[in-house]
Design a protein around this ligand. Structure first.
Ligand code: ZN
Length: 309
């Protein structure tokens, strides 16, 4: 039930996390945070987004961030590109991976990008071609893969259709996103068992938000179903109590702690990760939602340690 096979963690805090932060996270500090994360053993970092700055002002510095990182050999640096324009900008930077987005829910996709799913897929085909020609790796997000706040249950056929379309475009990895934190562990197992059966040749990742406190339970369920790639956000950035509510990804250090406690290797240095999380917390200026940022790892030696009762 719980094998000890290693997992790969895709750090999405500097993108998915900061996307929900109401205040601008200064450019120099973004670069510093990503450089700190580059020293933790994480091998996959999503560092910014090439959406139009008017849509998400937080990423108006995307070019600057992506061009000024101390890129570490062996790490894949990634960023979402919503369209050809964004792709052109991304291709001027040393980013190695482009992330594509489409929602499995027709209504959510329209609200998000003002296009039908088919229109989105057609537009993304162009972006994928551009990226592949430039030698970039492609990652494809299936947004609202487990549930949609407008449509409720999202039929698995819609998810599979997008995965097939991505595979045809040359996407090497798909990430199934529980964008608004609606999924439950039983559903997660069912969805991933089906997806892994049909996804031949395409790697599959799990992307959970902790809106209802089920994020880590869902990650464990996905692991049991055979998933070995997980998206998470350092400090759980993006889940601060703001007008939008708690929307953050599961915190990377919480995921690392759980997996390592289960003897599942992550390759990530927990203490260095906490250093990056503390830095992010300082810049944001309010407490981040991460648990282990407050408690640390369990202290099995019994000498002191943190016990909050
Ligand atoms: Zn997300």
């Amino acid at each position: 039930m719980y094998p000890k096979e290693p997992v790969t963690i895709v750090e999405v805090g500097p993108r998915d996390g900061l996307q929900y932060e109401p205040d601008f996270f200064p450019t120099a500090e973004k670069i510093e945070l990503i450089n700190l994360l580059s020293k933790t053993g994480l091998r996959r970092l999503e560092v910014t987004s090439f959406v139009h700055p008017k849509v998400i002002p937080q990423f108006r510095d995307a070019m600057e961030v992506a061009s000024n990182l101390k890129m570490v050999e062996g790490i894949i640096y990634s960023a979402p590109v919503p369209n050809v324009k964004g792709c052109e900008r991304a291709l001027e930077t040393p980013i190695q991976e482009l992330a594509l987005f489409v929602s499995a829910s027709e209504t959510h996709n329209r609200k998000n990008v003002n296009m039908s799913i088919d229109e989105s897929l057609a537009a993304l085909r162009q972006v994928a071609d551009m990226g592949l020609k430039a030698g970039k790796r492609l990652r494809g997000y299936v947004v609202t893969a487990f549930g949609c706040p407008y449509e409720g249950r999202v039929p698995i056929d819609g998810v599979l259709r997008i995965i097939r379309a991505y595979a045809e475009m040359g996407v090497s990895e798909v990430s199934l996103g529980d964008t608004t934190g609606m999924a439950n562990p039983r559903q997660v197992v069912e969805v991933f068992e089906t997806v892994l059966e049909v996804a031949e040749g395409t790697a599959v990742a799990a992307h959970f938000h902790n809106s209802r406190g089920t994020g880590l339970a869902n990650a464990l369920a996905a692991y049991q179903a055979g998933i070995r790639i997980f998206d998470s956000s350092v400090g759980g950035i993006g889940g601060c109590p703001t007008a939008i509510g708690a929307m953050g990804n599961i915190a990377t250090e919480d995921l690392v702690c759980m997996m390592e406690e289960m003897d599942v290797p992550t390759g990530v240095d927990f203490d260095k990760l906490l250093k990056a999380a503390r830095f992010a917390q300082e810049v944001i200026g309010s407490e981040l939602p991460s648990y282990t940022l407050k408690t640390g790892r369990p202290n099995w030696k019994g000498a002191g340690g943190t016990d909050l009762g």
